[in-house]
Design a protein around this ligand. Structure first.
Ligand SMILES: Cc1ncc(COP(=O)(O)O)c(C=O)c1O
Length: 401
């Protein structure tokens, strides 16, 4: 079966619930940092399934682990024991901060957040939460309560959890101002905001949040769904600022492309759940766990973080040189391989031009081009991507302004 783009489009547009902003590309296959569409056209993949393919496509360790697990068994409910799950958990807690060694396994970033939300509310017996302007934690109802953007919330306003108060991201004073802080259960924060447009906080920010939390008996939940697993050059983005959270949420690349979400916390926090109180049929399934173990092994054994540091530094310098000088670019920013080019104009025509020229990438808001390349990217591939971006901007400058 080899469907054409038009055939797929017709079926998907008719039968897939219309909740996605579609792009004019039908992807067929991928290897490393490249993907190919149904017509054989090649793209450098800076989209990576929204930051999922952290080790690119077809990474041998992951492919082999999934293949082997497929032969054994795909599903064994978390009420049973399973070697694949045990090995994943052992590896996971070896790379989380020392006391964060109790993990709830689910199937997505939003589910990781749901578990964190229920855990902190139950553990503290308090109802109020602080979250950040610009935050994105997912779109299920609990996660949506912590997600800032009005466009996602407005239709559900009357059923969204009302305990969340939003404060300016990066501003410690905004957290303390006018609040009896001991009434708050938790602070939810992305160490670097992803969907919000790759926003880095001031250097003292996370340390400051940690101090406020400690002083007032508040739990600090750090959402590493997008920024974690080496994306910024350290295993966890919060390590750049030397803090230890109470809860970490993990998603996207953790399952090597198999759906997986993880909430890790100190034992006394997770222990507030009673048996059966929070479960998931698919959570912790052996297939996801086998893939997850392979991902974590690769991150710790295959020099991935070194590559992120090297190529990340190279790419941000290159972007500054190649595209940063364009009239339509406001700023190039990021950490490691979590990058953004903020434009002075709407991104759409430039994004579509880049796709036409062979670079698939992401966006944020209306004016930001967002890049989440595979962490295994080479300098040569990074150079090619930056060149395509420069060419797209040149085209825009010549034809659109
Ligand atoms: C920081 C952060 N948290 C949570 C989520 C939600 O993850 P999912 O789409 O897997 O539910 C995302 C997704 O982009 C995210 O970036």
């Amino acid at each position: 079966m080899n469907m054409t783009f038009d055939e797929m489009k017709e079926i998907e547009d008719k039968y897939l619930a219309p909740t996605y902003q579609k792009m004019p590309v039908a992807i067929k296959s991928g290897r490393g940092c490249k993907v190919w569409d149904v017509n054989g056209k090649e793209y450098i993949d800076f989209m990576t399934g929204y930051g999922v393919a952290i080790l690119g496509h077809g990474y041998p360790r992951i492919v082999n682990a999934i293949r082997e697990q497929l032969e054994d068994i795909v599903i064994a409910h978390s009420s049973l024991y399973n070697e694949s799950r045990a090995l994943f958990l052992k590896k996971l807690v070896s790379i989380t901060p020392k006391d964060l060694n109790s993990a709830y396994l689910s199937n997505s970033g939003a589910e990781a957040i749901e578990a964190a939300l229920k855990a902190v509310l139950k553990a503290t017996k308090k109802k109020k939460i602080i979250a950040m302007n610009g935050a994105y934690h997912g779109k299920t109802l609990g996660a949506l309560a912590l997600t800032f953007a009005e466009k996602y919330r407005k239709a559900f306003d009357d059923i969204i959890y009302k305990g969340v108060e939003f404060v300016e991201y990066g501003n410690l004073e905004a957290v303390e101002r006018g609040r009896k802080l001991d009434e708050y259960a938790a602070i939810f924060v992305e160490p670097i905001q992803g969907e919000g447009g790759i926003r880095l906080p001031p250097d003292e920010y996370l340390k400051g949040l940690r101090e406020i939390a400690d002083k007032n008996g508040i739990l600090l939940v750090v959402d590493e769904v997008q920024s974690g697993l080496g994306r910024t050059g350290k295993m966890w983005a919060h390590e750049h600022w030397n803090i230890v959270p109470d809860v970490i949420t993990i998603g996207k690349g953790i399952g090597g492309g198999i759906p997986m979400g993880v909430t890790v916390a100190r034992q006394e926090i997770m222990n507030v759940f009673e048996v059966g109180e929070h479960t998931s049929t698919m959570g912790g399934n052996p297939l996801a766990c086998a893939a997850g173990k392979a991902v974590l092994d690769a991150l710790t054994e295959d020099n991935i973080l070194e590559n992120v540091q090297n190529v990340g530094e190279y790419l941000i310098k290159l972007l500054n040189e190649e595209v940063g000088k364009s009239k339509v670019v406001r700023e190039v920013r990021g950490r490691g391989l979590m990058l953004a080019v903020e434009l002075r104009v709407k991104f759409l025509e430039i994004l579509f031009k880049a796709i036409e020229l062979g670079l698939l990438t992401l966006y944020s808001g209306k004016t930001i081009l967002r890049m989440l390349p595979p962490l295994i990217i080479s300098k040569a591939e990074a150079y090619k991507a930056a060149s395509i971006l420069r060419e797209s901007l040149n085209w825009y400058e010549k034809n659109k302004i």
